[in-house]
Design a protein around this ligand. Sequence first.
Ligand code: NAD
Ligand code: TYD
Length: 336
Amino acid sequence: MQRWIVTGGAGFIGSNLVRQILATRPEVEVTVYDALTYAGHRESLVDCEANPRFRFVQGDICDGPALSAAVAGAQRVYHLAAESHVDRSIHGPAEFVRTNVEGTFRVLEAVRAAKGVRLVHVSTDEVYGSLGPTGLFTEETPIDPSSPYSSSKASSDLLVQAWCRTFKIDAVITRCSNNYGPYQMPEKLIPVMVRKALAGQPLPVYGDGLNVRDWIHVDDHNRGVLLAGDKGESGRVYNLGGEAERTNLALVKRLLAHLGRPESLIAYVTDRPGHDRRYAMDITRARRELGFEPEVRFEPGLDATIDWYQQNAAWCDAVEGNASHRAHLTRNYQQR
Ligand code: NAD
Ligand code: TYD
């Protein structure tokens, strides 16, 4: 049996990763290491709890001794724990520096001390900043982040790179575009819009709605993350993306059509400060070196995701009950 750790495994991408590992890797025991912040939920792992190959440790990645105890004896660490929401990083950047920068430093030190552990550091296309109307981000694109979130992730990527070069730890970095799928916190575009449309409330589209994101289904992202862990070259960065560029407005209109709600619900609100205009990934390296290929087409994947949020209103109600989440929604949307 192998023992793998997933930091942030109670979050959106992490919980889906754990599900994929348990389903596809019978030789692996998974330990989730997660602080259960406002974004982490045991409810997202209910179907994993009874599996004898699943373990859960509640812990903060900034707690070096507890993290080292969890990592000791593991073969791999998939590092996903992070503060992940751009709007929250604008309202309160301190937690982003603590978790994403100091936390990643602690992960690196735990990996260094444990020896023989492979680290997969899960990062984002947002470290590259914003594109104009044409072109794609490659792994050679200079780091040029815009938000407190993306700059904290860029900082964490640079720490990983330095620990590879200086301390010879075994680590790969993945950078992925916007994920969609089940168990995403209703603070991000798609679940926010589904919840509001179902409640008959206005859908708050930032600015002119023409910002472009490159959408990927969370299961495709996680296939890429696992391939990077299996085949990635130490010290190397791999871009992952779904090759599905859509404007926010086109996405929201499709969502309303799928739910049978009117476009008159769209409300243009004050733009996000520093709002990146366009993201789009060149995934040639991951294709060639890892055999990565996104499988889920965007429109059917979006429709299935919308259906999931409709069918799992109890999960949404439970996670929306969190006080920190409610305070964020009030602060973020009242002032727009
Ligand atoms: P999420 O906010 O849904 O989940 C984050 C998880 O980390 C939660 O379970 C939370 O409890 C945990 N966590 C937060 N601080 C912690 C701490 N100090 N110690 C231990 N656990 C802590 O995030 P997500 O969308 O699932 O993103 C996961 C990772 O993927 C992040 O590193 C993010 O930067 C990266 N990423 C996300 C996207 C996306 O579209 N969501 C795209 C590319 C990369
Ligand atoms: P988000 O899901 O927060 O992801 P990211 O900022 O990491 O790309 O936002 C996706 C896009 O949707 C982004 O351009 C901002 C926009 N957006 C809105 O227009 N309204 C909203 O209420 C939210 C949350 C996002």
